[in-house]
Structures are given as C-alpha cells and as structure tokens.
Design a protein around this ligand. Structure first.
Ligand code: SAH
Length: 370
C-alpha cells in the first residue's frame, strides 16, 4: 500500500541513497507532515493499540503508590518534580496523581508535574485529561527542559517508540540494515557498508542474525540517570522487551490491534521494537545511578497490591463491572499469550542507593499471574 510517507521516502532514497532503519523508524513516527504520532491518537479499542494505563485505572494507581514509596525512601523531600516522558493520553499521570493526592497530601501539595511530549496532538489530549489535575502540570518537549530538583520520573511504552539501528550478519560480516527502493518500486531492506565492532556483540551468531542497537534510547536513559545523580530521585521505565542483549529482529508494525509489514504502510502503523533492558541498565550504571535488576510487570503490580486494589475497586459493583476488572487484572499481570505480565519489564534506577519496595524485596524477574 502506498502512503504519502512512502512516496516521500522513495523520493528521498532516489535522490540521496538508502536510509538507515533508525531514520526510517524516526520518519514513520515523527515525520512533521506524515509521522504516525504527529497525525493521530493511536490509543484504545478504536485505535491501533492499547497500553496498560488505558486498560485499567489500577495501573496508574499502583504507579502512584510506588511513587509515594519512593518519595518516602528518599526522605520525603519538598518540591518533588513528577516527570513523565511520552504520556500518551495523560491517563497514567491522572490516575497516579489522584492516588498521591489522597494518600500523600504532603507530597501532592509541594510537587509540580512535568509532561515531556513531542506530539502537539497528544499534548492537546493530555491537557484535556489533566484539566482537573491535583498537581499543577507543565509541558515540555525535552526532559532537559525540566528545571533541576528532586525527581520522580516514569515512562510507559516510551523506549519502544525510540528508533533503533539494525545490523545483519552477512557473508561480509555484520552490515547495517538499510531501507532502499526495490526493483519493483516498493520499499525493501538491503545491507549497507557500515559495520559494528564484533567485540560488542553477544555469543555466537549464525548467518542472517540481526543485532539491534539503540543509541537514541541509551542517550535518553543516560540523561535520566545523570539527572537523578545531580538532583536525586528515582525513575521507573516500563516497556516490553528482553532482560539480556541477544540476536533477533524485533522491529514490528501494528495497525488496528494487528501486526502489519514493517515497510508496508509507513506513517499509518505504529512502529516499535523490543527494548533491550541490559543495554538500558548499562547506560544508567555508566552515569553512576543505582540500577535494580528489572522485575516483570506482573510481579511488580502484584507486589504493589494489584489484587487487593482490584478487590476494593470491584466491591459493591455489578457482576459485569467485576468481570471487567478481573479481565483487566489478567491482561496487566497474566503470563499467557497476549497478556502483559511477563512480556513487560519494569526497570528502576535511583540517584542515591536507597532501598525501594518492591525492588529491594523481590529480586529477579519472576512473578505474575500464571
Ligand atoms: N505512555 C503512554 C503512551 C505510550 S506511546 C501510555 O502508556 O499510554 C509513546 C508516547 O511517547 C507518545 O505519547 C509519543 O508521542 C511519545 N514520544 C515519542 N517519542 C518521544 C520523545 N522523543 N520524547 C517525548 N515523548 C515522545
């Protein structure tokens, strides 16, 4: 299918040669005219995919509870900056704030909220969602624009949306995978000239193996870690991905809740890839941050009291509503196919070496509703 962005990319490639997967990725999501996030609201049942905060308010409420615990562990500082990068519709920030306001009014009263968003369209939706917010909200286009101060930062499904580069194992060694125009006039992959230092690659690779690196993700992680070292605080990164670096092509396109070809409809599908949590942890540690071993989302949410909160949310409600809550709990914390409990990981990093529940008590990635 030809899209306006496919036409634009084909013209660019004809004029200047093949582009990297990272440039293709950035164009698909962020092209000022035709980029996916610039032109639409992709979330929810009517959209292309559903994120955890859009599944149930329980998700954002439990993040709120985690943030309160982190704030206490850091000694209850005044003037907390509550920072979210890539807030989508603003649902997670709204749900977390409601809980903070109710359970930790001292935190809510002196805090300010900072939403870092590059899409004007989504910023407008966030402003609507947060019109009645308990904590005053400010918008920024880069996390570096948030003034220094004790920071509690979180992001859900941000890193999967930041571009990756891919290297493919060819007869000539690892070569960067590029996007070109094939003989039939359609976009196609090819191998370019750039290579990658073999010493940085894991174990044994076979022909055709793909290794992904994400300098853009590591730069954001390093920026967050440096901020936490400078201002103190804690950050939570939630996303789908793997705990250890390895080979595999994880680039994926999704439209209307279904997978599509990565090159088929640029600008009209969401394009993402799985997050390499080992690489993120290494980037944060290099800045001197304390990095906990990541937990699975299921184990994390259960440890924060998912089942208890689901029980109180459902108390006195109709059987239909209770059934809906049970389904949400399964989707957020279940470990089966199509459920988030095992696929999604939670990485926690801090500026100072403080013990924050549940990372201090539940080591390792186990857990979830089986
Ligand atoms: N956290 C939300 C949305 C996830 S989708 C949720 O869970 O529902 C990714 C979000 O990140 C979108 O809001 C997108 O516009 C934003 N985004 C993408 N790249 C970004 C960047 N470089 N800086 C800040 N936000 C970005």
């Amino acid at each position: 299918m030809t899209t306006p962005l496919a036409k634009k990319l084909r013209r660019m490639i004809a004029a200047a040669g093949p582009i990297s997967v990272a440039d293709y990725f950035s164009a698909c999501l962020g092209d000022p005219e035709f980029g996916y996030y610039r032109t639409r609201d992709p979330f929810g049942a009517a959209g292309d995919f559903t994120t955890a905060p859009e599944i149930s308010q329980l998700f954002g409420e439990l993040i709120g509870i985690f943030l309160i615990e982190a704030w206490k562990a850091h000694g209850r500082p005044a003037g907390t900056r509550l920072v979210e990068i890539g807030p989508g519709r603003g649902t997670l920030m709204a749900d977390a704030q409601r809980v903070i306001d109710r359970l930790a009014p001292e935190l809510a009263q002196s805090a300010t909220a900072h939403l870092v968003e590059t899409s004007e369209k989504l910023e407008a939706i966030q402003r609507e969602t947060l019109a009645g917010a308990q904590i005053k909200c400010h918008w920024h286009t880069a996390v570096t624009d948030v003034a220094d101060g004790f920071t509690l930062l979180f992001c859900n499904e941000l890193f999967d949306a930041l571009p990756i580069r891919q290297f493919v194992n060819t007869e000539d060694g690892f070569r960067e995978r590029l996007v070109t125009v094939g003989d039939d006039g359609a976009l196609a992959f090819c191998a370019g000239a750039a290579t990658i230092d073999r010493d940085t690659l894991p174990g044994h690779a076979v022909a055709g193996d793909i290794f992904e690196i994400a300098p853009a993700r590591e730069a954001v992680m390093a920026e967050i870690a440096a901020r936490l070292r400078r201002c103190d605080g804690t950050a939570l990164v939630i996303d789908y991905g793997h705990l250890e670096s390895g080979y595999g092509d994880t680039l994926q396109a999704v439209r209307k809740q279904e997978y599509a070809g990565v090159l088929d409809a640029p600008g009209e599908c969401d394009l993402t890839s799985h997050v390499d949590f080992q690489a993120l942890g290494t980037a944060a540690a290099a800045e001197g941050a304390k990095v906990w071993p990541p937990m699975n989302q299921g184990g994390f949410l259960l440890a924060l009291g998912l089942l208890e909160r689901a029980g109180s949310l459902g108390a006195g409600k109709s059987p239909d509503v209770q059934q809906e809550i049970r389904r949400s709990v399964e989707r957020l914390a279940g470990t089966g196919q199509g459920q988030m409990g095992n696929l999604f990981k939670v990485l926690c990093i801090s500026g100072a070496d403080v013990a924050i529940a549940p990372f201090n008590s539940l080591a390792g990635p186990s857990g979830g509703l089986s």
